[in-house]
Design a binder for this molecule. Sequence first.
Ligand SMILES: Nc1ncnc2c1ncn2[C@@H]1O[C@H](COP(=O)(O)OP(=O)(O)OP(=O)(O)O)[C@@H](O)[C@H]1O
Length: 303
Amino acid sequence: MADGQIVVTGLTKQFRKVRAVDNLSFTVQPGRVTGFLGPNGAGKTTTLRMLLGLVTATSGTATIGGRRYVDLPDPLRIVGAGLEASSFHKGRTGRDHLRVLCAAAGLPANRADHALEMVGLTPAAKRKVKGYSLGMKQRLGIAAGMLGDPQVLIFDEPANGLDPEGIRWMRTLLSSFADQGRTVLVSSHLLSEVQLFADDVVIIAAGKLIRQGPVEELTNLDGAARQIRVVTPEPDKLFGALELPRTAVAKDENGGFLVTGVTGPQIGKAALAAGVELHELAPQRADLEKVFLELTSGKAGIR
Ligand SMILES: Nc1ncnc2c1ncn2[C@@H]1O[C@H](COP(=O)(O)OP(=O)(O)OP(=O)(O)O)[C@@H](O)[C@H]1O
């Protein structure tokens, strides 16, 4: 396979009355962790299932390295997926679960131990899955996706239910996969979490693309989401000189002011001209949660 780029073009899925995915197009690059975000019912799982050939698209295409999943010569060695962490046979040990998958995929059984090692589950390899914590099950799901040592990894909500320590672990693991040049696509509805582990995000709502790009760009949005924190002993003089409406200035709990609608240089220039002392002038990074809510508001809803 030339590379592990994922290309989704005009993808649509109509389930009877529900248009779960609606003319969706986006790309996912190798060597990066891409977060696939959307409110509940946005169409994330349906999109991933179409990408993996588990659901037939009504129209449009989804390709991995230029081919549809069903046309890949040896799919399990090219794409690893963890879609449902809950679908384990509870009475099996973690190791047996992976060995069964190896056998089904025609992979050598020792891949199971290697994958367990990779996700830190070796000490629990011989314990039954029913005794695993949620975090351990998530790790096992990731190990399952790694069995064929694939170029492309696709996980549905892998960080769901993990504690902060588990999330940190997940971040390190996913970025190590990306550093090896793999393509990593991970869905989530926990936006603050995606902000921690993704390089790029694809945001959808009601089956449609809302935005795609580096996390960095999204959190540095201009406009409504952009605020500048100002600390000054002479706020009235400064904001008077800037001729800002009252609504553009909000006090924060630490004695500073959050200002919207002007740039940092504009504030600095006005302060200099008015002879006002500035103790702090700091553009704030918008948090992804806020950006996401602004972008998807009114478009979510239960369908
Ligand atoms: N097999 C199906 N038959 C009918 N409707 C379906 C089917 N699968 C999904 N849907 C509908 O398609 C829409 C998108 O569902 P999907 O599970 O893809 O969303 P999601 O973004 O993964 O949501 P969540 O975060 O809640 O898992 C929903 O309205 C859902 O009810």
